[in-house]
Design a protein around this ligand. Structure first.
Ligand SMILES: Nc1ncnc2c1ncn2[C@@H]1O[C@H](COP(=O)(O)OP(=O)(O)OP(=O)(O)O)[C@@H](O)[C@H]1O
Length: 592
């Protein structure tokens, strides 16, 4: 993924924090108030001790002290709760923003990324914004204020000693200048490795059957271990430099102390300052330590946050489609006509052309089969109709209108698409069926189940439509998954059904059910099928034969067997012959 980010990290961080600025200020002020109240405590103690001596009534003071301690604890707890809450809100806002981007991602952008890595950006990288965007921000402000106040007091006491102190502190600045970029690099390595680990995990768990069948558990484990080790190395490296940075501040103060002691002694002897001033100056020098340490910590936290921001920004700069889902109103239900005119297309600039002037015209209604050797560009036809990709040149028309004149939401609302691996989502059968048409009625559901011949299967299940199908529908057979996917597509009453047939063999029952489903769907909608089996092809109203990115012939099965040698060869060799010959006969007899 590109490492270019459009804005500096601090500006992005401030952008995340801006909506919560008043809460953040309140949290910061309350934290400061508790610190100030803490300072008042010794004064009350002094009053108390003086009270012992004079024999005065001290119960009132004890009460004040108790109230002070309680109030302080309550304010402190509330202040830190506000800061933590704001930190969580920043993470929430960043996650929501990322998720909204990811779901509208353009398909070509997705082709170039690893889903696991994208997932780690939403889950892990956003978490790193927590500290930097609130606690560190408040610390940066309060520590800077303390620093300025202390330095002002030191300037009032003795400007010469202050100059010496600042020179020694300048050394610390030089060390930090070297160390901080190293923290940044280490943090980046650690976070990228977490992304790599998530991607490797997604690959292994998403395909655990293949991993096991290939006895590749050990190799996959090694990949994951390597990524985890890389993350550990990055983390340790960052920790090392963070330790150096943290202690550099303290060291610089201690060195300044020695220098100030020597030079200050000389100035006392020469009469430039008195001893009391030197002592006060040295005390202030120690007061500098906490804010200096805190600022060094903030600088290192900022590096970690900036590395996370860079990874989040990479996702936000990926191309996304406009969100038009609210505008999706599919009123028209009549079958649609589809045409390609001289379509040229390549998947990316560095890949060869996949479509070389694809041209065909399909009238509304009926069933059209696309056949051709593997890699001819059949599935690509569907991807272009759905506008997952854009052609380089040529036009794609639906009902004579260029698909670019439709909004994406309108276009996709008119189409039902069943991918080759017929994805079924985890959840229940009902969730799956209603996925594309959440407002479909029970009557619609029953009708679609009848069309897809799923009623018998569902009636056998103890939980019926509420049966949980497992991750990617593993609890269904391949044929059942395909028909569930078709039912889902049909439920939104598409004007055009795109069905990418599975390349694997189906059993006779599923094969016959699929054929009947297609035939019935073709009565009310235009059905395009990328066909891999003879039984589907023979029932088509027309067959489009594709080869190496071009349409070479269009006709019926009988016409093409006679007229097109490639088709004749495909029909006899490559198209999966039906196991159920009665089915073929039935299909052929139902042909127009
Ligand atoms: N997302 C993609 N990125 C890059 N190249 C792709 C992508 N999808 C497909 N291709 C390439 O485009 C060509 C056409 O692929 P397509 O899936 O359209 O073929 P097909 O005719 O449907 O094949 P099959 O019958 O095997 O499914 C192939 O050479 C394939 O490698």
């Amino acid at each position: 993924m590109s490492t270019q980010t459009s804005q500096p990290a601090w500006r992005v961080l401030l952008g995340y924090v801006r909506p919560f600025r008043s809460v953040l200020v309140l949290g910061g002020v309350l934290s400061l108030a508790t610190a100030a109240a803490g300072l008042a405590l010794p004064l009350v103690v002094r009053e108390l001790i003086e009270g012992f001596g004079s024999g005065a009534e001290i119960s009132g003071l004890l009460l004040v002290m108790t109230l002070l301690v309680l109030t302080n604890a309550a304010i402190g707890a509330f202040g830190s709760f506000l800061l933590e809450r704001t930190a969580e809100s920043v993470v929430l806002a960043a996650r929501r923003q990322l998720v909204s981007r990811l779901l509208w991602l353009r398909i070509p952008a997705l082709d170039e990324t690893e889903p696991g890595d994208l997932m780690s950006r939403v889950s892990a990288d956003t978490t790193l914004l927590r500290e930097v965007s609130t606690q560190s921000l408040v610390s940066a402000v309060t520590s800077s204020l303390t620093l300025v106040a202390t330095v002002t007091m030191m300037a009032l006491l003795d400007p010469v000693l202050l100059l010496v102190t600042l020179a020694a502190l300048g050394l610390a600045q030089v060390v930090l200048g070297v160390v901080v970029p190293r923290i940044s690099r280490a943090a980046k390595v650690a976070q990228e490795s977490v992304g790599t680990m998530s991607a490797a995990l997604e690959r292994a768990l998403g395909n655990l059957r293949t991993v096991k069948a290939s006895t590749a558990e050990q190799r996959e484990r090694d990949r994951l271990h390597d990524a985890a080790l890389e993350a550990w190395r990055g983390g340790v490296q960052a920790a090392k430099w963070q330790a150096v940075a943290g202690n550099t501040a303290g060291l610089a103060i201690q060195l300044s102390f020695i220098v100030v002691l020597g030079l200050g002694g000389a100035r006392v002897v020469s009469g430039a300052i008195d001893v009391a001033t030197l002592v006060a100056f040295l005390l202030y020098l120690y007061y500098l330590m906490p804010p200096m340490r805190e600022l060094a910590h903030v600088a290192t936290q900022y590096q970690v946050g900036a590395a996370a921001v860079a990874r989040i920004q990479e996702v936000e700069s990926l191309p996304a489609e406009p969100d038009e889902s609210a505008a999706a109103t599919a009123v028209e239900t009549t079958p649609a006509a589809v045409a390609f005119e001289q379509v040229h297309f390549r998947y990316s600039a560095d890949l060869p052309e996949v479509h070389h002037g694809v041209t065909f015209a399909i009238p509304p209604g009926g069933m059209t089969a696309f056949v051709g050797p593997s890699g001819a560009g059949k599935t690509t036809v569907f991807s272009l109709i759905e506008r997952f990709y854009e052609p380089e040149s040529g036009r794609i028309l639906i009902d004579g209108t260029d698909v670019h004149s439709w909004s994406l939401a309108e276009l996709r609302a008119a189409i039902g698409y069943v991918e080759q691996d017929a994805p079924v989502l985890s959840g229940t059968l009902r969730d799956n069926l209603l996925f594309a048409a959440p407002r479909a009625s029970d009557a619609d559901l029953d009708q679609v189940l009848a069309v897809t011949r799923l009623e018998a299967m569902i009636s056998r299940l103890p939980d019926g439509l509420d049966t949980v199908v497992g991750h990617r529908g593993v609890k269904l057979s391949g044929g059942e998954r395909q028909r569930v996917a078709i039912a889902r597509a049909l439920l939104r009453r598409p004007r055009l059904l795109l069905l990418d047939e599975v390349t694997s063999q189906l059993d006779a029952v599923n094969e016959a059910a699929l054929r009947e489903t297609i035939a019935e769907a073709a009565r009310t909608t235009t059905v395009l099928v990328v066909a891999h089996r003879l039984s589907t092809v023979t029932m088509a109203d027309r067959i489009v034969v594709m080869d190496t990115g071009q349409v070479r012939a269009v006709g019926t099965h009988t016409e093409l067997v006679a007229a097109d040698p490639l088709y004749a060869e495909l029909a006899t060799t490559q198209l999966l012959a039906n196991t159920d010959n009665g089915g073929i006969a039935a299909a052929e007899s139902s042909m127009p």
